[in-house]
Design a protein around this ligand. Sequence first.
Ligand code: FAD
Ligand code: NAI
Length: 501
Amino acid sequence: PTSLIRKIGKFALYSTLGSVLAGTGYVSYKLYKEKNPSPQKPQSATFDNGSPRKTLVILGSGWGSVSLLKNLDTTLYNVVVVSPRNYFLFTPLLPSTPVGTIELKSIVEPVRSIARRAPGEVTYYEAEALDVDPVAKTVKVKSVSGSDADAVRDLKYDYLVVGVGAQPTTFGIPGVFENASFLKEIPDAQEIRVKVMNNIEKATTLPVSDPERKRLLNFVVVGGGPTGVEFAAELQDYIDQDLSKWMPELSKELHVTLVEALPNILNMFDKSLIKYAEDLFQETKINLRTNTMVKNVTPTVITAKCGDDIEDIPYGVLVWATGNAPREVSKSLMNRMESQNSRRGLLINDKLQLLGAEDSIWAIGDCTFYPGLFPTAQVAHQEGEYLASVLKKQYKIDQLKWHTLQNSNAAENDKLKSKVEKLSSQIKSFKYNHHGALAYIGSEKAIADLALGESMYHLAGSFTFLFWKSAYLNMCLSFRNRLLVALDWCKVSFFGRDSSV
Ligand code: FAD
Ligand code: NAI
């Protein structure tokens, strides 16, 4: 028995050492590959057969555009990416950043590193698209950085993909833009963090009985969709798990209020999950105000309608998360075309082609409106993948059309034309495959509506939180992001969240 135990001990020791070495080797290899992508071949304006390489302009560097870029054979086009943001942002973990559960750098990936990994050359302009002329096939862009900042120029395109996302909506409610913070981009998360930390420090200088202290310590989130819920949950976690240790007395005075106009929060989830989330909020003392519609905002007070009553709620920090509205560039494109008569987003057909410019413009992600397709990362990602396969077929069609133009033999041209028709008919409609929805609801618990085949499964609790974590780790864009996010989670569980600005 002693020798058996020794053998088992040796086996365990060697297999642990083996796994550690293999793991370290794998991590080093992945990091090396990410830092040193294969060299890119410079591309000429024409292919070897003399046919022109068409220019494909992609607007945006978000979920839709980056998914397209990652799946596209960039050797087939002269690819130009235009975005004011030179990185991709992994939005599902953005609500974790203002309180420091996740560091901002862990959830961004530079556009240039994504472009470098593409097989063919990709040009990137750090610029904002102002307007699109679908007749002249030009995009007016304004540089946002460098020596030519603010310079406006026209970019010519053969094909255009609009993936500019959406901006936060305020429904025109007075005072929102001036006084609230949104949670859409990196600077928003930074702004919220500064406001939260400053209010806490300011409040400590005031006597406990001062109503100003009470106001400063009331953090209000408006909008009970997933953005508002996840952020309110993160904020309450920060108070319960970290501030309660560093500032035990003050942490008891902090209140998180979540305001929702409808009778329930998280309306896209199953009823049982909504109830689970609402019960948990009650337990964790998040002040949930449903049936409460904000009507006006001043620098210190929000005015809301609750049933027939009008109520003033003083606040210290206000985070506004009431959904999406089209961006200016989408609005100006809509105004140019009669067929674009929706105010909710760019209208597209089942092949994601823009109504009114079907031959040259596609639109994907949050900037579009199509019944049954919601403004989620999941939809934008799948649309990007689909479009990459469409553009591959489109390249073949364009090549056949070019050969037709070069050819004077009528019989051969007929053959080429029928090939073009066959290929065109092979471009099928976009089919969205819904995998489900996940949301973090605080206290290390999450909810999940999972779609497996025809069946839906509703999960909630701590196990679902582990599933939420592994799903988001898996969805991260790069190995580097995955590692940094995992390290952030470890760091917080050992040392807690940082409370400096
Ligand atoms: P975006 O990802 O917003 O990208 C738009 C891009 O266009 C950006 O790069 C932007 O800089 C660029 N751009 C803007 N204006 C211009 C211009 N004028 N010219 C050129 N480029 C421009 N969805 C989920 O499925 N699961 C989640 O867990 C989830 N969590 C979320 C959490 C938060 C806090 C938020 C805000 C959203 C979340 N979403 C989630 C929704 C998801 O992020 C969006 O549906 C998704 O980002 C849409 O992708 P998109 O490519 O259309 O737009
Ligand atoms: P949302 O549109 O999902 O929810 C906004 C909420 O604000 C609604 O419930 C609405 O009733 C409420 N509201 C509107 N006006 C109000 C007012 N004046 N006063 C009080 N409440 C008001 O918006 P959200 O959360 O920003 O999400 C945008 C998109 O991003 C959605 O499609 C969502 O599914 C997606 N998303 C998904 C996540 C996930 O899957 N975990 C996380 C975050 C966003």
